[in-house]
Ligand binder design. Structure first.
Ligand SMILES: O=C(O)CCC(=O)C(=O)O
Ligand SMILES: [Fe+2]
Length: 462
């Protein structure tokens, strides 16, 4: 037996019968309770807590954040508050907060599709993002990335590449003696809206705990313990939550709508942010199309993708073409913005690669033609039909059509996936299998010169 890897000790591997059910109960609890809310804390740079508290031995240093500045529209010049602030002894800070409260409005809440105010249900003040600005950004603080990982597990998206967008909703201030928000659910405002982020600013207060509930579990975020750090919580819209009464001080929070966004490799075909017509490639393709010597009778122009996409599996296939990246994405988007019909298909490796692998069969008629598959997905498995089965027979069984494709690069540059698993024609044992690879390719139909010069390609950039 090989020795245990570092950190594992074979002597603790004893099995006892009571462990299984306890581990099962723990697993059930984890599945139900760990995935509906998360939270964290960033200490403020230079603050007392950061110097003396959390960085001692045994404590993980917390990520640092800058003091938070809020500037707002006001008739007076006194319209800036920096937190943490010394509200007790610094009258300028206390006045700035008082002015912020004067400029804020009673907080609303959604009720039957309308915005309502009712202090019995929500007692707080609010400021809309159009009325103030701040240097705080949940992206730079690392909060949005943390939420994307903790609350959007891969299972929720077909390709696991979704990102999170945090949209600032409002600044809310809950003030003692009775600032609070009764138990409620946040109404999803679009198909992509999946949760809420609340960021509590460093300001002395007591009470005001946020309680988030989900299927009999609850999590309490008590942010009164520290007034020198930014503390936050994020949760799904299907979680009931409430803010208990603030019993002293002021509880200031930024609230954000959390939406699923495309991003992190989920863009091709949906990317409004990059202007592909500005790429040098766009002009080059355009120039090529008006060259009468380039594919004068039209045909198919192909690009074997330079990145790997697991196109030979059903899951990988479902993510195409949105996960295309780099040059593959640029070519796909440039073809599309020129209104050129482009499709993405598996192309079988050239049959002539099998010159030494048993009987190829008749292949002369295939010269210069490519086997373009109808669909991506898990590999085809094929049995040997008889001793006379040739490699050509395997190719013919695969759902595809033959095309003469003008490739933009050498075949060798592309990376293949297994497309067909077959029982080798030369195999004596039935278990001896072979594979045929496919490449993931972009194939664009080019019309004959006479037709395409008359086409009004979009995006003329003169
Ligand atoms: O202030 C909080 O902690 C929660 C705010 C809230 O529930 C909301 O704005 O919908
Ligand atoms: Fe809410």
């Amino acid at each position: 037996m090989s020795p245990s890897p570092p950190g594992l000790d074979a002597s603790t591997d004893e099995y006892d019968s009571s462990t299984g059910p306890i581990a099962d109960a723990l697993a059930k609890f984890i599945a139900e309770s760990c995935s509906y809310a998360c939270g964290g804390e960033n200490s403020i740079q230079g603050s007392e807590l950061n110097v003396t508290g959390q960085n001692q031995e045994g404590f993980k240093p917390k990520p640092l954040a800058s003091p938070v500045t809020i500037r707002w529209d006001a008739a007076t010049t006194n319209s800036k508050l920096v937190l943490p602030a010394d509200l007790g002894s610094n009258t300028a800070d206390a006045e700035a907060l008082a002015e912020l409260l004067r400029c804020a409005q009673p907080a609303t809440f959604g009720c039957n599709g309308m915005e309502a105010t009712d202090e019995r249900y929500r007692k707080a003040l609010e400021m809309k993002p159009s009325a103030f600005s701040t240097n705080f950004c949940p992206y730079t603080a690392g909060i949005v990335d943390a939420i994307a990982q903790a609350l959007l597990p891969n299972a929720t998206s077909p390709n696991g590449h979704h990102g999170v967008r945090a949209e600032l909703s409002k600044l809310h201030v809950y003030t003692s003696p009775s600032g609070m928000f009764k138990a409620h659910f946040d109404t999803p405002q679009s198909a992509s809206h999946f949760g809420t982020l609340v960021v509590c600013l460093p300001c002395v207060h007591e009470g005001g705990q946020l309680i988030v509930r989900h299927r009999g579990h609850s999590t309490t975020f008590d942010w009164s313990k520290s007034s020198n750090s930014l503390q936050w919580a994020a949760f799904y819209t299907d979680c009931e939550h409430e803010v208990l009464e603030v019993t002293s001080g002021h509880r200031l929070v930024f609230t954000y709508k959390l939406c699923v966004s495309r991003g992190l490799g989920d863009l091709a075909g949906n990317c409004d942010v990059i202007n592909f017509q500005q790429l040098p490639l766009y002009q080059k393709v355009k120039e090529t199309l008006v060259n009468s010597e380039f594919m004068p009778k039209g045909g198919h122009l192909g690009w074997k993708c330079s990145h790997a996409y697991a196109h030979g599996t059903n899951a990988g296939a479902a993510a195409l073409p949105t996960v295309l990246k780099g040059s593959d994405m640029a070519i796909y988007e440039v073809f599309r913005s020129l209104d050129l019909p482009v499709c993405i298909r598996p192309v079988l490796q050239d049959i002539s690669n099998f010159y030494s692998a048993g009987d190829l069969g008749e292949v002369e008629d295939l010269q210069g033609l490519d086997h373009v598959g109808h669909d991506f997905g898990d590999p085809y498995t094929m049995d040997r039909y008889s001793n006379e089965t040739t490699m050509r027979d395997y190719y013919d069984q695969y759902p595809h059509s033959l095309h003469k494709v003008t490739w933009l690069q050498n075949r060798a540059e592309a990376e293949g996936n297994v497309e067909i698993a077959y029982v080798a024609p030369y195999a004596d044992l039935a278990s001896e299998a072979g594979v045929i690879y496919s490449y993931c390719a972009l194939i664009c139909r080019i019309s004959p010169y006479e037709e395409r010069v008359n086409l009004d390609h979009t995006g003329t950039t003169e």
